[in-house]
Design a binder for this molecule. Structure first.
Ligand code: NAD
Length: 367
């Protein structure tokens, strides 16, 4: 991104804790803007339950239009008990997030699972395993595989019900997600673990072949393969042994949640969903916390804003090409954690319990 250009962001705060944590993310953007001479142009629009209440639909045309005009979407979270009785297709998550993924062909889901050394107590995994923390990036294919393959139906046959889902991958779909994983590995510890089930699935055989072919273009990155069942065990046994984990849609869905769980609080974890790279190597993307709208703590001022703030860092890295600003946010978050400040989700007896706003203040001050 050129220094004189404006960076346009569609800001969709959504429901529950979404608007509360977005306030802090916006304050961090203000601080970044001043420090790194980045001009943000923010367009705030309704999404999810808030949009249903105001307009009758979870993704109004006006919101979609703002996203089309933006360089990136900064998303909060959607959903809550109020809208749970709606038909499934009209529920906030399904009616807002899935159409956004589809409209912008967001095929690459990046979910970092970062457990800071100071927060290993929040991990349910034994302290000896996570001592010193860990940092794994899960790269999940988001638009193919079993979730979207046709035919897909339920039917009655021979007097009983049967269900069919179809797993389909084209080599080109595997290729593009593999490039995302290897590009990310180049910026990290240069190690990719590709997940498949090549001992049982034809999809797994093709997946492995294509990944190996793409890997030849990245000689500085080490590649190894794991069957998904083994990966599920190894991630718990030794998360520190992983750098980038590359997986198709279903396997990535499950393993990224497993990684989120072993890293501790959902309130710490951002995510990015990226479309095809543009000519300049940057991506259009949707950036959001890994967690949901947390209705159990909404409105109490105690939610952890860090996942939303780190989503801003990912946005700056992948959609604005501003590694300097992204790294500054991540370093500020780490300094604040090191100083002992904690929101309730990561608090222990000896640390200082702070509110959403106080955590935001501290990160802005640290920047
Ligand atoms: P959730 O992630 O909202 O909450 C799970 C637990 O994690 C809760 O105890 C919550 O308090 C805690 N938590 C989550 N984020 C936190 C934060 N920033 N700070 C502190 N604690 C945090 O998952 P859920 O309870 O299964 O879902 C609640 C609603 O969110 C549902 O309506 C669901 O459909 C929706 N949801 C939305 C998204 C999305 O918008 N992308 C993702 C998942 C769930």
């Amino acid at each position: 991104m050129n220094k004189n250009e404006k960076f346009h962001v569609a800001v969709l705060s959504g429901d529950g804790i979404g608007p509360e944590v977005m306030v802090e993310a916006r304050r961090v953007m203000e601080a970044i803007s001043a420090k790194f001479s980045i001009t943000f142009e923010l367009q705030e629009e309704l999404v999810g339950g808030a949009a249903i209440d105001a307009t009758g639909t979870a993704l109004p045309e006006r919101t979609l239009e703002a996203c089309r005009e933006a360089d990136a979407i900064l998303f909060g979270s959607v959903g809550g008990t109020k809208w749970e009785s709606l038909p499934p297709a009209e529920q906030p998550e399904r009616a807002a997030l899935l159409p956004l993924r589809k409209a912008f062909s967001l095929f690459a889901n990046l979910r970092p699972a970062l457990c800071l050394p100071e927060l290993t107590h929040a991990s349910p995994v034994r302290e000896t395993i996570v001592a010193g923390g860990f940092d794994v990036l899960c790269v999940r294919e988001l638009t193919g595989g079993l979730y979207f393959g046709e035919p897909k139906f339920l039917k009655q046959e021979g007097g009983e019900q049967m269900a069919v889902d179809t797993m389909i991958y084209k080599a080109s779909e595997i290729e593009r997600i593999t490039h995302v994983a290897f590009q990310a590995a180049l910026q990290r510890r240069k190690q990719v673990t590709s997940i498949d089930k090549a001992n049982v699935l034809q999809n797994g055989i093709l997946w492995r072949q294509v990944v190996e072919r793409v890997a030849k273009g990245y000689p500085e990155v080490t590649l190894n393969h794991l069957y998904v069942d083994n990966a599920a065990m190894q991630l718990i046994r030794n998360p520190k042994g992983f750098d980038v984990v590359l997986a198709e849609n279903l396997f990535g869905d499950i393993l990224s949640d497993e990684l989120a769980m072993i890293s501790g609080s959902l309130g710490m974890l951002p995510s990015a969903s990226l479309g095809a790279p543009r000519g300049d190597g940057l991506y259009f993307g949707l950036y959001e916390p890994s967690g949901g709208s947390a209705p159990d703590i909404a409105g109490m001022g105690i939610a952890n804003p860090i996942a939303q703030i780190l989503s801003v860092a990912m946005m700056l890295r992948y959609s604005a090409g501003r590694e300097d600003a992204a790294a500054a946010i991540e370093a500020a978050v780490q300094r604040v954690i090191r100083s002992g400040m904690r929101t309730r989700d990561i608090h222990t007896g000896t640390t200082r319990l702070v509110s959403t706003e106080e955590m935001g203040n501290a990160i802005v001050a640290s920047l």
